[in-house]
Design a protein around this ligand. Structure first.
Ligand code: IPM
Ligand code: MG
Length: 361
């Protein structure tokens, strides 16, 4: 039997509700798959600010590095919105990503056939789209130095720095090419090389790296054009690779195209650590009301079983179970159309669990 050590950081808002459902699925998949699972939970985000005065403690940062995988719910909420930038819940997430060195963020987005009508895009354009954004996660303008606000009055100035060195571009590029190799072998590198020096370097390094992956078709696009093309012809895309901020923006665009941000899981991978989280936020407006869609959190568990436990049999059963419940017409509020029965978070979680059991026998 293999072992799997998972640290759970439920966080704020709907985070605890969706992680509860995801953990039930993880437990059952591990039981069925002969994996000895050990689970530990820690405070994170606003919950950690309230309990410990910081969005993440050093002890939790260190514990996270030792775990095989970390599952995160969501962070932030109105209660903590007035704190200065360096004390906000989001700072805990950025510190965690940095400390775990999880530089490669995989954000798959696909339009599930039964949800074709939920997408704001016309069905004839969007039907069957299935792509993945590979976002650089621990560099770029999110972390570049110098960063500050200084001065007084009209001379007050805010500065951030967009910087990538060649090694950072190479390592995210490799993950993207490898990801494309396992899919339809098409990689689009998204940059702003027409304006920014750092993006000129990005394009040059990606092009050079592409020579090592002659089986993968590499293209380049400026980010503004990429945003437009993703809406106009989403089915043409397979794997996109881009920097931290462009990836943040394009992945929300991708989420909207699927019909609900409640459907996007993610994996953030480093050399040693892995962090899994739904792309959606803490949704304070529906928190504590059992209305949240747990599918993104549940599919984040599938990504954990796929990438960390290397158990594609178990991850496949979970992805399949999600397809099954959607095909059965089961809907949480974010997906429901007029007249649909609306399931609670727990009911949707239980439905997926039943399908996982049916698939794993
Ligand atoms: C995301 C979020 C985060 C980001 C925030 C919460 C810091 O938007 O994971 O996409 O900007 O990376
Ligand atoms: Mg974002």
């Amino acid at each position: 039997m293999s072992n799997l050590d998972v640290l759970v950081l439920p966080g704020d808002g709907i985070g605890p509700e969706v992680t509860t459902e995801a953990i039930s699925v993880l437990k059952r998949a591990c039981e069925k798959g002969g994996i000895a699972l050990s689970l530990e939970e820690a405070d994170f985000g606003g919950a950690s600010i309230d309990a410990h005065g910081a969005p993440i403690t050093q002890a939790t940062l260190d514990r996270a590095r030792l775990a095989d995988g970390v599952l995160l719910g969501a962070c932030g909420g109105p209660k903590w919105d007035d704190l200065p930038t360096d004390k906000r819940p989001e700072k805990g997430l950025l510190a965690l990503r940095e400390h775990m060195e999880v530089f490669a963020n995989l954000r798959p987005a696909k339009l599930f056939a039964p949800l074709a009508e939920s997408s704001p895009l016309k069905a004839e354009r969007a039907a069957g789209f299935d792509f993945i954004v590979v976002r650089e996660l621990v560099g770029g303008i999110y972390f570049g130095k110098p960063r500050f606000i200084e001065g007084e009055g009209a001379a007050r100035k805010g500065v951030n720095t967009l910087v990538y060195d060649e090694s950072e571009i190479l390592r995210i590029g490799r993950v993207a090419f490898e990801t494309a190799r396992k899919r339809r072998k098409k990689l689009l590198s998204v940059d702003k090389a027409n304006v920014l020096e750092v993006m000129g370097l990005w394009r040059e390094v990606m092009t050079e790296l592409g020579k090592e992956y002659s089986d993968v078709e590499l293209d380049h696009m400026y980010v503004d054009n990429a945003a437009m093309q993703l809406i106009l012809r989403p089915t043409d895309f397979d794997v996109l690779v881009t920097g931290n901020m462009f990836g943040d923006i394009l992945s929300d665009l991708a989420a909207a195209a699927t019909g609900s941000i409640g459907l996007l899981p993610s994996a953030a991978l480093g050399e040693k650590c892995a962090l899994y989280e739904p792309v959606h936020g803490s949704a304070p407006d529906i928190a504590g009301q059992a209305k949240a869609n747990p599918l993104a959190a549940i599919m984040s568990i599938a990504m954990l079983l796929e990438h960390t436990a290397k158990r594609s049999d178990l991850s496949g059963a979970i992805y399949g179970a999600v397809e099954d419940v959607l095909a059965d017409g089961l809907r949480t509020g974010d997906l429901a159309k007029q007249g649909d029965k609306v399931l609670s978070t727990g009911e949707m979680g239980a439905a997926v669990l039943a399908k996982v059991e049916a698939r794993l026998g």
